[in-house]
Ligand binder design. Structure first.
Ligand SMILES: [Zn+2]
Length: 250
């Protein structure tokens, strides 16, 4: 399940008089179409004021019933209900009934945040449950001649909306015990060149020592003195140690 902020909770002030949107059965959906806000970067617009502004623009300037997207996701990863699951959208001619229309609130070449991508993935899973089938992942430009949803977002949807990469980060405030643990882990994974190659034990120890120095320089805390001895001793016992390739740096 995903958490969705319902219309009633973000200050929705009703559909335009006499232009109520048309109901749609969730099982008529077979597409999940992403949008962005447009060619202009939006900066850090998050929260209810953001979706109220989209709603007002669509209702008062465009003259539609109101907000045209099914859902809007901000860069904090919060999902707001627009027309929701049960009303046709106003986001792409020819696809307003078949597609759940999602705006991720970025513009220009802004990158979607990891939180926004995670929410879009979770909402996709929820959409497939409502539709009772997988949905085609599309960008607006797949259904209409437009730059929407922008270069970064379109590349992501074309790649199948993969989970955002998480970059492991070293905590500069770690204590000595945590640092020892991390160093030992790194050292066990490390062989010269990043391979599981035929490095000799002395070569491994040298490489590990170099790697430890490298890591130490990236930390606020000094190298725990025990780390090198621990690793060297472990390797010296070593025929049974499993060396796996060092992970590629993100
Ligand atoms: Zn669009």
């Amino acid at each position: 399940m995903v958490t969705i902020v319902p219309r009633a909770a973000w200050g929705f002030d009703g559909w335009r008089d006499g232009v109520a949107p048309v109901p749609v059965s969730p099982t008529e959906r077979h597409e999940y179409m992403l949008h962005y806000d447009g060619g202009t970067p939006v900066g850090d617009q998050t929260g209810p004021a953001m979706i109220r502004a989209i709603h007002a623009f669509h209702k008062l300037v465009r003259g539609w019933a109101g907000i045209g997207y099914s859902f809007v996701i901000d860069q904090a990863g919060v999902i707001y209900e627009g027309r929701g699951w049960d009303l046709i959208g106003a986001h792409c001619p020819g696809h307003n009934r078949s597609a759940v229309g999602i705006q991720i609130h970025i513009g220009g070449d802004e990158q979607p945040s990891a939180a926004a991508m995670d929410s879009a993935i979770a909402l996709y899973a929820e959409a497939t449950r409502h539709a009772a089938r997988p949905l085609a992942r599309l960008g607006h430009r797949d259904g209409y001649p437009t730059d929407c949803p922008g270069v970064p977002l379109y590349a992501w949807v074309r790649a199948g909306m993969p989970a955002p990469a998480t970059t492991p980060r070293e905590d500069p405030d770690m204590d000595a015990a945590q640092a020892n643990q991390l160093f030992s882990t790194y050292a066990m994974m490390y062989v010269p060149g990043g391979d599981v190659g035929p490095a000799t034990l002395p070569q491994r120890v040298d490489a590990i020592a170099a790697r430890l120095d490298e890591i130490a320089q990236s930390l606020a805390n000094p190298t725990p003195p025990a780390a090198q001895e621990i690793v060297a001793a472990a390797l010296a016992q070593g025929a049974t140690i499993t060396i796996t390739p060092k992970q590629a740096q993100a």
